[in-house]
Design a binder for this molecule. Structure first.
Ligand SMILES: [Zn+2]
Length: 241
């Protein structure tokens, strides 16, 4: 059993020797910025609301109860006030150095872009992009989070966040790019996810290399498949490289 410092040294060594790293991150990447993890014990999905969050964040609910959807959405999903943490910043730095080729994320908060990352593949969409359901006109996150009514387009259509709701499929193009990046990666870092959420578990099967690194506070079902497992806070790990 290696100690934590040895593992972090090994991590640094692998990072420093690669120019083709792909990062795959889950909710744990953003929790250190203060954004609650949807699925953690005290996260969003266990908070008391009139409807269960899984129901509110579904396509059917959005269509049938748009006003209530937006009450919840503005209250719980507004990530505009949060700032990137050390992990977001280090990833952006590694991309500008030419070492990271893609950041694949399950988060919808836009913090990777805020930190400076360019090639971000957002599997579940982003609260920063919103479109009119009628004419497809683009609206920013600010435009949707401000106010208290259902956000409407200048054409009168309802504006919908470009976020993958329950019952909705992922964007094919984003999934294809994620598969492509993973299949061609030299190093794959998976961090801040227990890998239980679709499609994370399926995507990592495309990795063909021998430098699979898992960083997560708790153990995951994939620990045995990883070449390096670090059970520690992401900020500690990325803060030391
Ligand atoms: Zn419109």
């Amino acid at each position: 059993m290696e100690d934590l410092q040895e593992k972090i040294n090994k991590f640094k060594e692998i990072i420093n020797n690669s120019k083709n790293i792909v990062f795959f991150g889950g909710a744990g990447v953003s929790t250190e910025s203060g954004i609650p993890d949807f699925r953690s014990k005290d996260g969003l999905y266990n908070q008391i609301y009139k409807y269960p969050p899984e129901e509110i964040l579904s396509h059917t609910f959005f269509i049938n109860h748009t006003k209530e959807f937006y009450e919840f959405y503005r209250d719980k999903m507004n990530s505009l006030k949060y700032e990137p943490n050390i992990t977001h910043l280090k990833l952006a730095e590694l991309e500008s150095n030419g070492q990271i080729k893609a950041v694949i994320t399950q988060n919808i908060d836009g913090l990777h872009q805020k930190a400076g990352s360019k090639n971000v593949l957002e599997l579940h969409g982003s609260v920063l992009r919103n479109y009119c359901m009628n004419c497809n006109k683009f609206y920013t996150g600010e435009a949707v989070f401000k106010g208290s009514n259902i956000p409407k387009c200048t054409c009168g259509g309802i504006i919908k966040p470009d976020v993958v709701l329950y019952e909705e499929g992922l964007d094919d193009d984003t999934v294809f790019k994620a598969i492509n990046a993973i299949a061609n990666a030299d190093v794959l870092i998976i961090a801040g996810t227990s890998l239980t959420v679709y499609p994370a578990s399926g995507l990592i099967n495309y990795y063909r290399g021998n430098k699979l690194i898992l960083i997560n506070k708790d153990k995951t079902a994939y620990d045995d498949r990883a070449n390096l497992v670090i059970n520690d806070a992401l900020g500690n790990v990325f803060g030391s490289i």
